[in-house]
Design a protein around this ligand. Sequence first.
Ligand code: NDP
Length: 311
Amino acid sequence: MIAFHQKTADRGNIIDGAGYAAALRERLAVHVANLKAAHGLTPCLVVVIVGEDPASQVYVKSKGEMTLAIGMESRTIRLPDTTSEEELLRLIDELNRDNDVNGILVQLPLPKHMSSLKVIDAINPDKDVDGFHVSNAGKLAVGLDGIVPCTPLGSLMLLKDAAKAHGDTLAGKNAVIVGRSNIVGKPMAQLLLAEDCTVTIAHSKTRDLAEVCRAADILVAAVGRPRFIAGDWVKDGAYVIDVGINRIEVATPDGPKGKLVGDVDFDGAKVHALAITPVPKGVGPMTIACLLNNTIKAFCLQNHFPIPDGV
Ligand code: NDP
């Protein structure tokens, strides 16, 4: 068993999410250029942000820059947090009816006086590039082709790639997902079920979580608690996908500094895992790349163009 740990660790078992995402964005840029050349049209993504949440501002800026970088059109609409829900719903209605807009993303979380369910429900499902609308969630649940939420989609791409690198497939594996949110845990479970995994979804009421995790051939952490999954909860030879993004403070000689860590104790887990995503540079970059992927898909569906290979 120890020899196996050393072998996998020495082989470099860290999944390069940033590298995979960069390669995906390059492929998407080619699709955008081809669509432009063939039809004279460019996919357009509109991101709406309400309020001043600093983390959301960073994500939105990055989404806009990456959209432009692959040759698509990007619009960012910034609204003050005094915006009423009704005003936001009116804006979404306008964007739904604007034929030049192919993708609409409303950055979450929304201010407390708004219902995110109601707002997401107002987005035309064909333009719902986050894949959060109940229609897209339903399609995923019954196995129809719809728009799949970006973070689970990106996580699945990384998992499949890691399995392929080991001459392996996902079918038949025990997959444990810790977290049952509508945006990560539940869609991740549906995707892994569709890959013929045997899926367990764990959450805050799960009994003996450590033992549940130890049974996982594939462990996906989407909890929102820094280093919550201990290294010895990870089965030898497991694939570990850490979705968590947590900002913690660490002491440095220059005083306390902010640091991003995942939901998994990376150093403890990586000696057991066959492959593991780091934080940062793991799942995070895949989320935006998949948003671009979904926008191209939405654009093609709306215009009745064939969907490019791999999108
Ligand atoms: P939510 O807060 O919506 O869900 C967290 C889930 O974790 C819940 O289902 C909750 O259970 C479960 N949970 C909380 N505490 C425990 C516990 N002690 N034991 C077991 N389960 C627990 O979070 P999200 O799904 O939105 O996000 C999860 C993490 O992923 C966050 O760190 C977030 O920042 C990150 N994230 C990263 C993205 C990326 O691009 N990489 C994108 C989206 C999210 P219960 O339902 O019972 O309350």
